[in-house]
Design a protein around this ligand. Structure first.
Ligand code: GLN
Length: 486
């Protein structure tokens, strides 16, 4: 069905004008998933029955002439680290392979309130640790633009499912770039809101001071609708912000006259591929043509962001993942003689190599005697990076850079080199360290027709400027209408 390839906004119009029913749309999505997913590998499990139930409710409302929320009836997928009552939540880990969610995450409840059909749970790097989705314990995900390339990670399944038009929208989580990087590799929009805007209740924690849930979509407008549906204060999350989310989606403007655009100097230098650089430069020129003021901004401490991140994130992960011990839920190693043996065997058999590496790193950084040298030092540098960002946002309204130094790379090309893999996040990590809202949107293609993403960052809580400036660029570049040939 051609409608599956359209934006949520266009699908909404087709629903209310009764060109198609919500049930037909959801069934078309199921058919496409069944046809493509052996090839793409985006889903860990399906929740078709609940999607059909939701679609029927939407159709009843339409039939009665009632108005429906903007995303009602629009097919969506959830990253498999968010709880959805009655469905498996595996985090792509053996340790949770058979874990069934006993409750809904706040984002899931909000999607239900908005009558959004949830089609399934998407594949990810185990516990959201990775940049290519190759760390899943179950299967790899392939890039819909080229099946020999990675989709990016850690939310690779969520990105690939939207890019391949299996679903129209999905949710991912972003701790150091896991929404933006796969969005960039798969040619779609990926948006990480300000830390605390979207409740983390029911999201399996990786690094609690960095994790943030956000939308994948085909257009900025769709991403804005989904953001509004899931954002807002939640008493169940102690870090949730008591702030108005506001209405951004219905007031998106194509106007950047006088907008001050800062180009991050350190991310336009060597190490960035020529084609990525020239595509981002073209987007910057487009801003300039439309009346924005372009300024080069230096963030001198950016080079330390990966080092800081791999101390802070692994330290928090080592503590968060301590709960997987075979006692309360998840996998338990069989035939153990005593409690200690049960703990150690469960964790040795249940976690994959990357997760173990992170737990060891983080435990080391938090050990007495090393805490001051590593964890405390990392937090101090994190503060200095935030100061650099504050200073930059005193001069400009948004910051731009490539989302990743390269386009999607070949499957297996970095899987055995963790350090090289960590470097792919150089552009995205700092917004998590400082909490700032940031997104990736398509800005062009390389000579092999692989998508290139531009990253836009705004100051904390300024989603409005972020989405408006992205919308303006999107409408002018018109890359968002492209879809992979699959
Ligand atoms: N790629 C980064 C990591 O491996 C970020 C992951 C994420 O944002 N969840 O930790």
């Amino acid at each position: 069905m051609e409608l599956l390839k359209k934006t949520a906004k266009e699908q909404h119009k087709a629903l209310v004008e009764k060109e198609v029913s919500a049930l037909e749309l959801v069934k078309a999505s199921i058919e496409r998933i069944e046809k493509l997913d052996d090839t793409i590998g985006a889903f860990n499990s399906y929740t078709f029955e609940s999607a059909i139930e939701t679609a029927k409710k939407v159709d009843e409302k339409i039939l009665k002439g009632e108005s429906i929320p903007p995303l009602a009836g629009i097919p969506l997928a959830l990253k498999d680290n968010m709880n959805f009552k009655g469905s498996k939540t595996t985090c792509s880990s053996k340790i949770l392979e058979n874990f069934i969610s006993p409750y809904d995450a706040t984002v899931t409840s909000k999607l239900k309130e908005n009558l959004v059909p949830i089609l399934g749970k998407t594949n990810l790097d185990e516990f959201a640790m990775g940049s290519s989705n190759e760390n899943s314990a179950f299967k790899i995900v392939k890039n819909p633009y080229n099946l020999n390339k990675v989709p990016g990670g850690s939310s690779g399944g969520s990105a690939a499912s939207v890019s391949s038009s299996e679903v129209t929208l999905s949710l991912g989580s972003d701790t150091g770039g896991s929404i933006r990087l796969p969005a960039s590799f798969c040619g779609i929009v990926g948006f990480k809101p300000t830390y605390g805007r979207v409740s983390r209740y029911g999201l399996v924690a990786f690094a609690s001071s960095l994790d943030q849930i956000g939308p994948f979509a085909r257009s900025i407008e769709d991403a804005a609708y989904l953001y509004e549906a899931i954002a807002g204060y939640d008493e169940k999350d102690s870090t949730s912000l008591r702030m108005e989310v506001g209405d951004i989606s219905s007031n998106l403007k194509t106007d950047v006259k006088g907008l001050k655009v800062g180009v991050i100097k350190e991310l336009m230098q060597e190490g960035i591929s020529d084609e990525v650089k020239s595509s981002v430069e073209n987007a910057i020129k487009t801003y300039e043509k439309m009346g924005a003021i372009i300024k080069e901004i230096s963030l001198p401490l950016l080079k330390h962001s990966i080092g800081v991140y791999y101390i802070v994130a692994t330290a928090e992960a080592s503590s968060n993942l301590a709960r997987f011990d075979g006692v309360k839920y998840g996998y338990r190693a069989p035939n153990c003689e005593n409690l200690l043996e049960m703990y150690t065997k469960t964790r040795a058999q249940g976690f994959g190599p990357e997760v173990k590496r992170r737990i060891m790193l983080g435990t080391y950084a938090l050990s007495s005697g090393y805490y001051d040298a590593y964890y405390k030092k990392a937090q101090q540098i994190r503060r200095l990076i935030a100061n650099d960002f504050n200073k930059a946002f005193g001069e400009v309204d948004i910051l731009v850079s490539p989302t990743c130094p390269t386009v999607a790379f070949d499957l297996n090309s970095k899987a055995n080199n963790p350090l090289e893999m960590y470097l792919t996040d150089i552009a995205t990590i700092s917004s998590n360290l400082v909490g700032a809202p940031a997104l990736s949107m398509p800005c062009g293609f390389d000579k092999d027709n692989m998508p290139i993403g531009i990253q836009i960052i705004a100051k904390n809580l300024d989603e409005k400027t972020l989405l408006n400036s992205a919308y303006t660029l999107e409408q002018e570049l018109c890359v968002y209408n492209s879809r992979p040939n699959i």
